[in-house]
Design a protein around this ligand. Structure first.
Ligand code: WTA
Length: 660
């Protein structure tokens, strides 16, 4: 074979096309492939990722593959490289798969019409929408907020932003007007894109009304609201500000040149909860995110041409961004988008969809599995699920019982399960089995993907070597889709993720590594709780509860919950004695719904006269967690408490922990 150094037109010149062809099948199919890829990714990370990146179309090759500093932090992948992610999601596929379904949309109502967008349709719709945004004066770098149901137009408009270099900030449509207003203001969004209403299960949600309420809270940055007529029910209208999607988009030209983006230009912001303060806007950039979501999608789901892939997440969360929209479209996949909920009209809805569309890869959250498990396996049986090749789990630890049920009843005891561990901040899946390639073990996320270098550290930040050990999960080396900053507050990014353990990215999770070196995620070690796979900061819930005029102070902790994974337990001190406790609890729930949204409503509210505090005034949450979990083992050392007597009082008034 000719070994002359024919240069790749993509990527850095020293990676030659022949090398790429000889060595590079991005799809890992055997354990040997995995071992080789992993080894290469550690020994020569730049070469490894450059080879993978050269699969894509770059308008200009990058100047350097990786520059990084975990102290500042300053992380740059493929810096100087020019690209547009939508060209790689759409244009690149037109010649080879223009007529293949890109997005398959299953509506909330099972009798309503399924919608299919081929890659060509999607390309044209994205271009039309991009042109309409341009016509509204949206430019590269402007922020656009989304508050939308799971309809294809959400994915289309997200891609339209990326097409013209605008930054999307999708807010889950279950958040309240207050929460939406905070996010709109934090990113100074110029346009909000929403629908009139949202049909979710049997609920009819007035989406536009929530947007109106939010924008009434000093959101002066917003120039326009683009409203999709989805259900057609009447809505209030602010002339000049509000515009109908169909008026703006339908007549636009169906091609639109893609904005030239630097690899490190911002692609999107996604707000997520931390242990303190308000949610922070995690920032992801174009080039690295593209390479990593594609590579991880391909390998974790072993996607093959003509497969139908179904992820049940909402695009309001990172899972929807990376594994409904970007990863699958970059890989030229058919991605199924579902508008509804798993229990509507019956608890067999997921299996109806799998059967109806012959789904090959199915990706959901443990909370959904547990909820469906509790309703009985009769809802699963009778469906033809033989198309399934891979089952996925994400968002929280999956307990052994749920894992087994998923495996036995959905996977017929044979379909591999990928327990995928990752975070909003990681952009993509970092630790997961690769189906039929690497081992799987119930409750274990198992092994890092190539390019990922996890480690466990003790509380002093020293690495814990060897196997059969437990510690705090950190990453020693950057991967292409690691967060770059938190929007408008780089210092917060530094202190949250990079200052705890020097030279490492700290995940906030505790993990164990078993005798075989497989990772099991134990859960958050900070004040973040994971309720039905949704990340909620205890401080946020406390701040919301404290908005009730009678509340003096509150403390919120998580406790084990059979369906939700964790439930929210709130201890509340009131100003006056509460006469009608039931009415008071209802008011607290209302206040939390108003401040954050229904997902943050406490499951248990216990009225207390004090909270266990140290002499420096810090609440001893360890004790509160124990009481909330009905953990009867001792309370440990309470000698540093200012008010040790309060512990018995709280214990005596504790509520049964397992109610839903
Ligand atoms: C948790 C979701 C155990 C973890 C993609 C992490 C998991 C947080 C798993 C991130 C898993 C996610 N096993 N725990 N497979 N996947 N988590 O940002 O605590 O919404 O830190 O991203 O969810 O939640 P986030």
């Amino acid at each position: 074979m000719d070994s002359s150094p024919v240069k790749s037109t993509f990527g850095k010149a020293e990676y030659r096309v022949q090398d790429k062809l000889k060595t590079m099948n991005p799809l890992i199919q055997t354990r040997a492939d995995y071992d080789l890829a992993y080894q290469k990714s550690v020994e020569d990370p730049e070469g490894f990722w450059a080879e993978l990146a050269s699969t894509f179309e770059w308008k200009k090759p990058w100047d350097s593959v990786l520059k990084w500093d975990f102290i500042k932090p300053d992380i740059q992948w493929f810096a100087g490289g020019k690209l547009n992610i939508t060209e790689n999601c759409l244009d690149r596929h037109l010649a080879t798969r223009g007529d293949q379904t890109a997005i398959l949309w299953e509506p909330n109502d099972p009798n309503a019409e399924v919608r299919r967008y081929t890659y060509r349709d999607l390309y044209h719709e994205v271009c039309k929408t991009a042109n309409s945004l341009k016509a509204l004066g949206v430019k590269k770098g402007d922020r656009i907020c989304f508050y939308m149901p799971m309809v294809p137009e959400l994915a289309i408009a997200v891609l339209a932003c990326a097409r013209i270099g605008a930054v999307h900030s999708v807010v889950f449509a279950g958040f309240s007007a207050n929460a939406l207003a905070d996010r709109v203001k934090d990113a100074a969004c110029k346009v909000v894109i929403c629908s009139d209403y949202n049909d979710r299960g049997s609920k009819h949600i007035p989406v536009k009304e929530v947007v109106d309420q939010a924008l009434a809270m000093d959101c002066d940055c917003v120039e326009h609201v683009l409203v999709l007529k989805h259900t057609g029910d009447p809505v209030q209208w602010t002339e000049g500000r509000d515009l109908w999607w169909h008026d703006q988009v339908d007549h636009q030209p169906d091609t639109c040149p893609a904005e030239v983006m630097d690899s490190e230009d911002m692609l999107f912001i996604l707000y997520t909860s931390g242990s303190t303060g308000k949610p922070k806007g995690v920032v992801h950039t174009c080039g690295g995110y593209m390479v990593f979501t594609w590579y991880s999608f391909l390998n974790v789901f072993q996607y093959q041409d003509n497969d139908v892939y179904f992820c049940t997440a909402d695009i309001g969360w990172i899972t929807g961004h990376s594994y409904i929209v970007y990863g699958p479209l970059l890989a030229g996949a058919t991605t199924l988008m579902f508008e509804g909920v798993p229990t509507y009209p019956t608890p067999s809805r997921f299996w109806d969809i799998v059967d109806k569309h012959k789904v090959n890869q199915f990706y959901t959250a443990p909370t959904a599995i547990r909820a469906l498990m509790a309703m009985g396996e009769e809802w699963v049986t009778g469906h033809d699920l033989s198309s399934l090749k891979v089952l996925g789990s994400v968002g929280e630890p999956i307990n052994e019982e749920a894992w087994k049920w998923y495996h036995d009843h959905v996977g017929r005891g044979t379909v591999p399960i990928v327990d995928t561990w990752w975070q909003t901040e990681t952009g993509g899946i970092l630790i997961s089995p690769l189906p039929n390639v690497t081992p799987m073990k119930p409750c274990y996320a198992t092994l890092p993907l190539p390019g990922i270098q996890p480690c466990l550290v003790n509380s002093s930040g020293e690495e814990i070597e060897g196997n059969d050990v437990e510690g705090l999960l950190c990453m020693k080396f950057p991967w292409p889709s690691i967060l770059r900053t938190t929007y408008g507050d780089h210092e917060r990014c530094r202190t949250t993720y990079f200052s705890m353990y020097k030279g490492m990215y700290f995940t906030g999770d505790g993990a164990r590594r078993d005798a075989d070196g497989l990772y099991r995620i134990i859960g958050r070690v900070d004040d973040v709780i994971n309720v039905s796979g949704h990340r909620i900061g205890t401080a946020e819930v406390e701040n919301a509860i404290n908005c009730h005029p009678d509340v003096v102070e509150s403390a919120v902790v998580g406790y084990p919950h059979p369906i939700k994974g964790q439930g929210i337990y709130a201890y509340v001190i009131t100003q006056h004695e509460v006469k009608d406790e039931a009415a008071f609890r209802k008011e607290v729930l209302q206040v939390v719904t108003k401040e954050i949204g229904p997902i943050a409503k406490p499951d248990q509210i216990q009225l207390v006269t004090g909270l266990p505090k140290t002499r420096s005034g810090k609440i001893m949450r360890r004790i509160l967690r124990k009481i909330a979990s009905a953990d009867t083992s001792g309370m440990g050392d309470t000698s540093t408490l200012l008010n040790p007597e309060i512990v018995d009082e709280i214990k005596a008034g504790a509520l049964a922990p397992t109610k839903s």
